[in-house]
Design a protein around this ligand. Structure first.
Ligand SMILES: Cc1cc2nc3c(=O)[nH]c(=O)nc-3n(C[C@H](O)[C@H](O)[C@H](O)COP(=O)(O)OP(=O)(O)OC[C@H]3O[C@@H](n4cnc5c(N)ncnc54)[C@H](O)[C@@H]3O)c2cc1C
Length: 386
């Protein structure tokens, strides 16, 4: 049997595929990543970039399996960003050192009890009012602000840094997957043919196409739709959740700079979940109402709004709930992989590497006449605003 061209081929250049490629290269595997659109084009550039630390914020604050999976992620990511981690991400940077949590004035005492509990001590820090960000300087409505052990990434920069790490091994194309004895053949539309010892598909929603080939039912993958809200000419930078009595944030706000320098708020949480059943105009009306309730002193008179529909694509759980960690499904030489969260890409790579045979020690092929994909634009660069 002839040796395959690469030990591992990856389909999909979102965070999962790019992180895995960097780990494979560092471990000495000959590898190739094929992206059929642009890097980050799926969920990754649509994400808010929050590296969750696993704290559950419901008032009955539980630390559950989800939390355990996430607990060491901020430390692991920060190590990579400062050059001392498993991959060197010094080319990327944080958008915010700490994601914040604010409590409405009316709920301050309940929240304070929770944050004073042993469970969360050392993982959150109460901020004095002088240190609250400008957007939250409204003590009539904001009762308390806490800094969480969570950081927020600049995702476009992260993708550019990962693309640099994978340079030469990241290519643009659409491949048909043909499993054969001992290896997997990838037939590209341009007539190229690549053989790989293993195939790992980190194609997000694109993984669904491969389910039948692996003998898996379509229900083995799931999508959770959202309609995110964007606010152009946002009043002030803010990276924060606002919680009250639900275990889900009412709003999760991150701030992003457009190429023209203007600030955009990207807003998820319950607002975006409830937005799924609303028109864009309905979402915008609900958002204006929510901001008027939560932060009534902020001035949105210059702001323009937009809705952005996007699905979370995940490996399915039996009860249809969000998986607690990364999900891998392997049949023979093909693995389908979903990180569940951007933050969990390092853990997904651990799981894939643990399931691979050792590298063969073969030379990394180069394909000088095969184009690399570009990094996709972020949603806030391309939307129409109202
Ligand atoms: C609105 C939103 C906000 C989020 N916020 C956060 C957050 O703050 N923190 C967090 O940890 N997680 C967050 N997430 C989750 C996170 O974005 C995803 O878990 C993560 O980005 C998934 O990465 P991925 O690489 O698996 O998939 P994707 O990012 O979807 O990448 C898949 C890639 O595969 C490509 N592709 C598809 N089909 C093929 C094919 N056949 N061949 C080749 N390439 C293909 C696509 O073009 C795409 O580039 C958020 C998700 C959403 C939707």
């Amino acid at each position: 049997m002839t040796e395959p061209d690469v030990d591992v081929a990856i389909l999909g250049g979102g965070i999962a595929g790019l992180w895995l490629l960097a780990r494979l290269k560092a471990a000495g595997y000959a590898a190739l990543l094929i992206e059929n659109d642009a890097l980050g084009a799926g969920q990754t550039l649509a994400s808010q970039g929050i590296i969750h630390g696993g704290l559950k914020y419901a008032i009955d604050l539980r630390l559950n399996a989800d939390s355990a999976a996430l607990a060491d992620m901020p430390t692991r990511w920060r190590a990579c960003l400062n050059g001392s981690g498993e991959i060197d991400l010094r080319g990327a940077k944080l958008a915010a050192e700490n994601h914040l949590f604010w409590a409405r004035r009316t709920l301050t005492s309940r929240i304070a009890g929770f944050f004073g509990s042993k469970l969360v001590r050392g993982r959150v820090e109460a901020l004095a009012q002088k240190d609250w960000p400008l957007a939250l300087q409204d003590p009539d409505h904001v009762g308390a602000v806490y800094a969480l052990d969570e950081c927020v990434l600049d995702v476009p920069m992260l993708l550019a840094a990962l693309a640099e790490l994978g340079k030469g091994c990241i290519k643009h194309g659409r491949a048909t997957v043909v499993p054969q004895a001992g290896h997997v053949v990838l037939q590209l539309e341009d007539g190229r043919c690549i053989t790989a010892g293993r195939l790992v598909s980190t194609a997000g929603a694109g993984n669904e196409i491969l389910l039948p080939q692996l003998g898996l039912p379509l229900q083995a993958a799931q999508r959770r739709p959202l309609q995110m809200l964007l606010v152009e000419q946002a009043p002030a930078p803010l990276w924060a959740h606002c919680f009250d009595t639900s275990d889900k944030p009412r709003v999760t706000i991150t701030t992003h700079k457009r190429s023209d320098g203007s600030l955009v708020w990207y807003v998820g949480g319950l607002l975006a979940e409830n937005g799924v059943g609303q028109s864009e105009a309905g979402l915008i009306a609900a958002a204006r109402q929510e901001f008027a309730t939560l932060l009534p002193k902020l001035d949105f008179s210059r702001s323009r709004f937009a809705g952005y529909r996007v699905d979370r694509a995940e490996g399915a759980t039996e009860d249809g709930r969000k998986p607690e960690g990364p999900v891998l499904k392997r049949a023979g030489l093909i693995t389908l992989a979903w990180p569940t969260k951007l933050a969990l890409a390092p853990q997904l790579a651990d799981l894939v590497l643990a399931d691979l045979p050792p590298p063969r020690g073969s030379t990394q092929p180069v394909w000088p006449d095969w184009a690399a994909p570009a990094v996709a634009p972020a949603p806030w660069e391309t939307l129409a605003w109202t």
